[in-house]
Structures are given as structure tokens and as C-alpha cells.
Design a protein around this ligand. Structure first.
Ligand code: ATP
Ligand code: MG
Length: 442
């Protein structure tokens, strides 16, 4: 199953840039991707060189007249099939907001077109919360969340994550999720701090690849060229090649009807080219045209609206095991280590396979100076997810704090293995910490 919603209700974070270049990368390795532009701004359509589309020729025609998606899709020069957008899409909330069946229309349309099992489908969501965005999420098997590396984005991602949890429960489905830092500025300390915080908060979900702020990425859509054509040796091209490889390795585009071996080999070649050849977004407001009286939508809104942030505990579903995890995360934000330990322990007793909860538990215990307990928690996190780089780094640091250099070096060796060929910060950080330790203890 490979329907990916590229979603973040914050504007200007790189959703369209990500959809554009990822679909282009998939096209280059022969995956025949389909891109659906669900944003009335039609930026993805413009980037793909498709202009002056009438409402009827756009995805609006699917919602309004029932035109099959397959008939609306048009071939673009980059080898991407595009279902374009048009400004008329902004009427959808007003026209269909109260129709209870509306939220599953796109999902049914994608199934009808036979794309779910054949093509990787990527949906570029608009920053407005409404019928269109909910359709994208209801249709999606995977959700990719581009996130700019700034403080407010960081706050927003917790809300998005909780909203997706709620949606999963209400719609009885599971999303494979990934977060990608999309406007990373390596010169800013804040960018790195945000990356590290996300690693802690979303281990296994945060992509290791970061898309750096790059002029070429901003310019390429003006020329209707993807980054690989426009500036093949640029940082942006390398980043997107690495991202497609990372997502593919995590089976993010699974089920596209290609033999996996062929695909992996093709993506491997694509990456090889990358290795050889070589952000500020507007603060979009959470907006919605018109409230929709639909339970799923209401749930989504409740969790995504700014005011709901303080009221997360008010929803019935938050009385579940996930609520403990959320409570634990909040306690960590508030530096309430005993509160975090208690909540994470509850989350673990509800779901003993929750590696993230073990990772957080270890973190809070380490902050309390309870290293024995932290080692146990990290050990369990690694048993559940042996490839977690952040756990390897943190447990390594905890070993240094307890003067067990040899053990720390074991985790350094493991990180060395895990961080090849894609370099990672965890390796650098643990190496630096070990060097400092050695200097101090000469
Ligand atoms: N990594 C980057 N480096 C430089 N510029 C970027 C980068 N990513 C995106 N941009 C630029 O930032 C602007 C916003 O990006 P984009 O349109 O992809 O965001 P979006 O999340 O789709 O926005 P919206 O919410 O309005 O749909 C665009 O001008 C784009 O070219
Ligand atoms: Mg966009």
C-alpha cells in the first residue's frame, strides 16, 4: 500500500517541495508515481509545469462531478502522473462540509483508479484544515510530515502526532509515519537542537536525512524542473536522493507493484550518482473555512486547533494508554522527571513493545541520576529497536557518565556501522563525548 499524504497544517514548511522532488526521484527510478495536488494554491501543479487548469479538469472535478481520478491524471514531462489542482478547490468545504460520506471519497477514488497497489501516490496537502486534508489523511497509508527547523514547528509536530493518533483510533487504521526536517540550516544551532529534540521525541519516525535550506530548491519550481535536473550537484539534490533511499529502505513506498529488488537496485544506483556528484517559511495559521459536523473531522480539529493544545486530556480517547505517553512527553518538556518516569512506566505496561516509551523512560531516569534503571530502559529500547541511533548515543553517554569507557566504545562501534553510508550526528556526538572523556581522564 503506498498512498502518502504529505501533511503539515503549518504553511511554507516544504510540503510541496518535498512532494515535487520525491515524486521526481521515484519517477527517475521507474516507479511511475502519481501526484495529487490537493491545494487550491496549485503550487505542485505549477511546479510540474501544469497551468490554467479549470475546476472540471482538476481534482475538483472528481469531488464535484465524480470524474474518475484516472481520467483527470495527466502525464508530465518528468514522468509523474499529476492530478492537478485549481482554485475552485477552495469551495469544497462550503459545498461538502456537512456531507458525512465526504471524508472517504478520495480513498475510494484512488482504489477505483487501481493506484493503491500499483503506483506510489503522493498527495500534496494544503495548509488549511478542511475536507481536502481530511480526505488525504483518510486515503493515506503513510504520512510524511515536513517540518521546518524552528521552535513553533516543533510545538506543532506534537499536536500533529496526537491528531494522527486520534485519527488512527477513530478510523481504525494505522499510518506509517515519518517526519523530515525540510528547511535545515546547518549554520544555526537551533536547527541542530530541534533535530536532536525530535530524535528523542520521535525515534524511528524522524528521518535521518535533513533537507537543507538551499537556493536551488527554491528556484527549481520556477523552471518546472526538479532539483535533480535543475542542480544535480547541489546539496538539495543530494538530500532528496538520500531521503528517497532512506524512505525506501523503511518500506515507505512499499506495494507499488515493482519488484523490490529491482527498485532497491535502482535506488542504489540513484544514490551512487548522488554521492559521486557531489529555510524561514511563513507561519501559516491553522485555518478552516467552515466547521464540518463530522466526528472524524471534529476529532482532527480538536487536536490540531491551537486552543485544543491545552485541552488534550479532554478527549475520551486520551484516557487510553497513548495518553500516558503524551503525559510523559509533557512531563519531560516540563523537566518533571518523576512525572515522566511514572507516565512512561504506565505507557509501557499498556504496550510493552513501545520502544519510544523505553527510550524516554531511560532519558528521564538518567536525568534523575538513576543510571541503573536508565541502562535497563535503554537496553529494552535497543532490544525492541536495535537500530535506534539515538539510544546508542544516549546509552554511550550514560556509560561515560558512569566511567565505563569500554562500553561506551562498543556503542560507538555500533553507531559507526549504522551510520554508513549515510553520516549521522549521533556518531559525531558520541565520538566527541568519548574524546572529551579521554582528555579529562588522561
Ligand atoms: N529546503 C529549502 N530551501 C530553500 N527554500 C525552500 C526549501 N524548501 C522549501 N523552500 C521554499 O519555501 C517556500 C515554501 O515551500 P513549499 O511551497 O514547499 O511549502 P509548503 O509547505 O508546501 O507551503 P504551503 O503550506 O503554502 O503549501 C517555497 O518558496 C519553496 O521554494
Ligand atoms: Mg504547498
Amino acid at each position: 500500500m503506498s498512498v502518502v499524504a504529505v501533511f503539515n497544517q503549518k504553511g511554507g514548511v516544504g510540503k510541496t517541495t518535498t512532494t515535487f522532488n520525491l515524486t521526481a526521484a521515484l519517477a527517475r527510478v521507474g516507479r511511475r508515481p502519481v501526484a495529487i495536488d490537493l491545494d487550491p494554491q496549485a503550487h505542485l501543479s505549477l511546479a510540474l509545469g501544469v497551468r490554467h487548469v479549470t475546476g472540471a479538469q482538476s481534482v475538483f472535478g472528481f469531488f464535484e462531478r465524480g470524474t474518475p481520478l484516472g481520467m483527470l491524471a495527466r502525464e508530465t514531462p518528468l514522468g509523474i502522473q499529476l492530478v492537478p489542482a485549481a482554485p475552485d478547490l477552495s469551495k469544497i468545504d462550503t459545498l461538502y462540509g456537512s456531507d458525512p460520506g465526504i471524508t472517504r471519497r478520495l480513498s475510494a477514488g484512488i482504489d477505483e483508479a487501481g493506484w493503491r497497489t500499483k503506483a506510489p501516490v503522493m498527495i500534496d496537502c494544503s495548509p488549511m484544515l478542511g475536507v481536502l486534508t481530511l480526505n488525504a489523511l483518510m486515503a493515506a497509508d503513510q504520512v510524511l510530515i515536513p517540518l521546518s527547523a524552528d521552535y513553533l514547528s516543533l510545538q506543532g509536530v506534537y499536536r500533529i502526532s496526537t491528531a494522527l493518533d486520534v485519527l488512527e483510533k477513530k478510523a481504525a487504521k494505522r499510518f506509517l509515519r515519518r517526519i523530515v526536517l525540510s528547511r535545515y540550516d546547518a549554520r544555526r544551532k537551533l536547527s541542530f537542537q530541534i533535530y536532536r529534540e525530535l530524535q528523542d521525541a520521535f525515534p524511528g519516525i524522524l528521518c535521518e536525512t535533513r533537507i537543507h535550506e538551499s537556493v536551488a530548491l527554491a528556484e527549481s519550481p520556477m523552471h518546472a524542473k526538479d532539483i535533480f535536473t535543475f542542480a544535480p550537484s547541489s546539496q538539495g539534490a543530494t538530500d532528496f536522493r538520500l531521503l528517497v533511499q532512506e524512505l525506501d529502505a523503511a518500506a515507505f513506498f512499499a506495494g507499488s507493484g515493482c519488484a523490490p529488488d529491482t527498485t532497491h537496485a535502482a535506488i542504489g544506483r540513484f544514490l551512487a550518482v548522488a554521492l559521486e556528484s557531489s529555510h524561514n517559511g511563513s507561519l501559516g495559521e491553522t485555518t478552516m473555512k467552515r466547521p464540518v459536523s463530522h466526528t472524524l473531522f471534529a476529532a482532527l480539529l480538536t487536536f490540531l486547533s491551537i486552543s485544543a493544545f491545552a485541552n488534550l486530556g479532554g478527549d475520551d480517547s486520551s484516557k487510553s494508554d497513548d495518553a500516558d505517553f503524551v503525559t510523559g512527553r509533557r512531563a519531560i518538556d516540563a523537566l518533571d522527571w518523576p512525572g515522566a518516569v511514572a507516565a512512561m512506566q504506565k505507557a509501557i505496561s499498556a504496550d510493552p513493545r513501545n520502544a519510544d516509551a523505553y527510550n524516554w523512560l531511560g532519558y528521564a531516569q538518567r536525568k534523575q541520576g538513576n543510571y541503573d534503571a536508565a541502562f535497563k530502559a535503554y537496553g529494552e529500547a535497543l532490544r525492541l529497536n536495535p537500530r535506534s541511533k539515538s539510544v546508542h548515543e544516549y546509552i554511550g553517554e550514560a556509560y561515560l557518565a558512569t566511567k565505563q569507557l569500554a562500553k561506551a566504545e562498543e556503542h560507538l562501534a555500533e553507531l559507526n556501522r549504522l551510520c554508513s553510508p549515510i553520516p549521522c550526528e549521533e556518531l559525531k556526538d558520541l565520538r566527541r563525548a568519548i574524546d572529551d572523556f579521554k582528555k579529562k581522564n588522561k
